[in-house]
Design a protein around this ligand. Structure first.
Ligand code: SF4
Length: 381
């Protein structure tokens, strides 16, 4: 058994986890080849989903809420989503509603927001009527950060986003035509996704694309091409998410992506983009698959993770990675990191001794939730 496999086994919540020994050994070998110190890992606790493990407790703060300009409407109705991702978000279906929503958010202490919405049939979100409000928001509260899910844009649309003052542009990069046609029901070529990324990177906005792993009905198909597209354009950060089969209909079902294949892809991404912050976003399948995926993500050297599974904080610390916790959506937080705006009072740095002490206490209390108050972060035992 390799050292890392042994470390994973020694963590109570990871005991008996079905990791692949050869993949763990490969991840460990890669790490030992690097001379640089272990990079830190940042755990994010998004506030738009209820979240809690034995180690980290969601704050319940609405620091980075998501607003949809179409409510839960979306014309594309992609097979993996069916617009369900939009449902828990705050709806602002008119520019006036957006202004009122932001006023309320600012009054409630929000530091920024994710602005999104359902797509039209061309995978465009029709933001044009909202830009004057976005500009007014940025002029009124310059420190209020706005990340936008851009979908597909041309040069003019990207310029309007920049002019409105948007801080962070996010988009899904799809690398397989079959996936665009079958899953997204979209008549646009892969080249349009690359052109969008290229166009966004040419603006002053920070650009954080996403790759949805397993987007082709749970199988990996266009991911490596998407990675190649991203390598060519070197955005500010990359968010990886893993498709969740639960919204698919029985007519077009998704399988749960193989977590070991996902782990191997993490390794490829890390090697292809050694200098770009890599974040594991909040969407990934639940249960044991999630724990395996998260374990590989930490071992592969991803820089951040939303909704970490139980045991991940201890695993990261035992592998020698400095651990930090912030109550924020990972994408906007990475935007923050890229912009070097993060301040210590928003996150809680945890050292290995603190984590182990909390873990021992947690085991003693056997399932009783204990929350330690940090300097604005949330960490429970
Ligand atoms: S375009 Fe986006 S919101 Fe609409 S169904 Fe597809 S993934 Fe969901």
């Amino acid at each position: 058994m390799t050292k890392w496999r042994h470390i994973a086994e020694s963590i109570e919540t990871l005991e008996g986890l079905a990791l692949q020994d050869d993949l763990v050994a490969e991840l460990e070998r890669r790490r030992s080849r690097l001379s640089s110190p272990q990079p830190g890992i940042h755990f994010y606790t998004p506030t738009f989903k209820s979240f809690q493990t034995s180690e980290i407790k969601g704050c319940g703060r609405n620091a980075w809420p998501a607003i949809s300009i179409t409510g839960s409407d979306c014309k594309l109705q992609c097979d993996h989503c069916k617009a369900k991702i939009l449902e828990p978000m705050t709806a602002a279906r008119t520019p006036e509603q957006l202004w009122t929503a932001v006023e309320g958010l600012v009054a409630g202490g929000a530091q920024g927001m994710l602005l999104t919405g359902g797509s039209n049939h061309r995978n465009e979100v029709e933001y044009d009527p909202y830009y004057p409000v976005v500009r007014r928001v940025k002029d009124t509260w310059p420190s209020f950060k706005i990340a936008v899910h851009t979908a597909l844009v041309d040069t003019g649309a990207a310029q309007r986003m920049e002019d409105a003052g948007i801080d962070v542009a996010m988009m899904d990069v799809i690398g397989a035509q079959e996936t665009i046609t079958q899953v997204y029901h979209l008549k646009r070529p892969v080249a349009d996704f690359e052109r969008t990324l290229e166009t966004l990177v040419a603006t002053k906005m920070k650009v954080v694309p996403h790759i949805v792993i397993g987007l082709h009905y749970g199988r990996l198909l266009g991911e490596r091409n998407a990675l190649e597209i991203i390598r060519r354009h070197q955005p500010d950060a990359l968010v990886l998410v893993v498709v969740m089969p639960m919204y698919a209909t029985p007519k077009r079902p998704f399988i749960t992506p193989d977590p070991h294949e996902v782990g191997r892809f993490f390794l490829e991404v890390r090697e292809t983009l050694p200098d770009i912050p890599l974040l594991l976003g909040c969407a990934r399948p639940p249960g044991a698959a999630k724990t395996i995926i998260d374990t590989y993500a930490i071992m592969a050297g991803l820089n951040g993770m939303a909704h970490p599974s139980d045991g991940m904080v201890e695993l990261a610390a035992r592998l020698g990675r400095p651990v930090r916790v912030t109550p924020a959506c990972c994408s906007i937080a990475v935007g923050e990191e890229v912009m070097a705006l993060e301040t210590e009072d928003k996150s809680l740095t945890l050292d290995i001794q603190t984590i182990l002490k909390q873990e021992q206490q947690r085991r003693r209390l056997k399932g009783i939730q204990v929350v330690s108050e940090g300097t604005g972060g949330c960490c429970g035992t």
